[in-house]
Design a protein around this ligand. Structure first.
Ligand code: HEM
Length: 67
């Protein structure tokens, strides 16, 4: 599996983790103010999505190194 393909898979699966953390925020909000670690839990996956997503965006423009 090439580097760009595994990065696409990583981006894909982190997006699921990110979605779960956002859903957990809404779920815990039903019981009042969520604890701080729940509130901030989407930030790490969001940061990893940003980095891997920017790489995926740049891939088509890095034509010489075909990924
Ligand atoms: C935070 C900044 C993000 C950037 C810069 C970004 C960027 C990208 C780019 C460039 C692609 C490839 C599109 C293509 O050419 O096919 C992509 C794919 C994708 N992104 Fe993101 N993304 C970000 C965040 C997210 C978030 C928040 C989610 C969902 C919760 C998400 C879910 C996905 C999925 C599921 C794919 C398709 C992966 C695949 O091909 O299997 N991304 N993203």
């Amino acid at each position: 599996m090439s580097w760009s393909k595994s990065l696409r898979q990583i981006h894909r699966w982190i997006s699921i983790i990110f979605t779960v953390t956002v859903a957990a925020n809404f779920a815990t909000m039903a019981f009042g103010q969520p604890p701080a670690w729940v509130v901030y839990s989407p930030l790490l996956p969001l940061f990893l999505l940003l980095v891997s997503g920017l790489y995926l965006f740049a891939l088509p423009y890095m034509v010489k190194s075909s990924g």
